[in-house]
Design a protein around this ligand. Structure first.
Ligand code: CTP
Ligand code: CA
Length: 223
């Protein structure tokens, strides 16, 4: 009864998905963010649910509708997302890191609102965030590990490098150089890369259909 339209391809499997852009606090009222909408991760969550999976969705985007049947968890920063992901990792069969994780965060978070008069220098010091997916790849057991690479140039080459470096089973590379695909919009243009060297490139499609495509690819990898 939980399996709507799907063929039960992920029945009984636990799928952990992250979605949206992280927010890195500067002070209580300001943050550094990015343009990720979370739509791609939510579409993957719905596709996994249709295939009968148990879905744990870690999101930074409360305004998006809760995919029915998903176990939701909301986080804000990359460090919080890492803690949430790490708690679920050992019991997950599949992990899809669709979130746009900020590479850097402010080195210090002011505990009170920064006033422009008291700021001696407007320079913001940044520090590197942990790479969540790299950490998962290093201690992978039987999980199918899926990463994304949003690129503006040399999409396949950059995607291949990330697939290998992060020890992934599938990498979804998308070209964000055109305004019709990628951030903000409901469509995307992706290529799926696997460790055997295979690349499948798809035309511009609705994110909802790309979600289905990715879940079907994951199910075929698990067989
Ligand atoms: N990722 C992550 N933790 C980070 C940065 C990225 O888990 N701190 C994940 C993303 O969710 C994505 C994949 O790694 O699935 C690739 O992210 P991307 O930003 O394209 O790669 P980076 O390794 O950060 O390299 P760069 O930004 O320099 O291209
Ligand atoms: Ca990055």
């Amino acid at each position: 009864d939980q399996i709507l339209n799907g063929r039960g391809l992920l029945k009984g499997k636990k799928v952990l998905i992250t979605a949206g852009g992280t927010r890195e606090a500067i002070d209580p009222v300001r943050y550094i963010g990015n343009y990720s909408s979370g739509k791609m991760g939510y579409a993957i969550a719905r596709a996994a649910l249709r295939e009968g999976a148990m879905v744990h969705l870690i999101s930074t985007n409360p305004p998006l509708p809760h995919p029915e049947g998903a176990d939701m968890e909301y986080v804000s920063s990359a460090v919080e997302m890492k803690q949430a992901v790490d708690r679920q990792y050992d019991t997950s069969d599949v992990v899809v890191m669709a979130a746009a994780v900020a590479d850097y965060r402010p080195a210090a978070v002011a505990d009170q609102k920064i006033k422009k008069e008291t700021m001696t220098s407007p320079d913001l010091k940044l520090t590197l965030n942990p790479d969540i997916l790299l950490g998962l790849g290093e201690r992978k057991q039987n999980q199918v590990l899926v990463g994304f690479a949003a690129e503006t140039n040399d999409v396949i080459a950059h995607g291949r490098e990330k697939l290998v470096r992060k020890n992934l089973d599938l990498l979804v590379a998308n070209d964000v150089s055109s305004p019709e695909s990628g951030f903000h919009v409901d469509e995307n243009q992706v290529s799926l890369l696997t460790p055997d060297g295979h690349v499948s490139s798809y035309p511009r499609m609705a994110k909802e259909d790309i979600g289905t495509l990715i879940i079907e690819k994951i199910a075929s990898i698990m067989k």
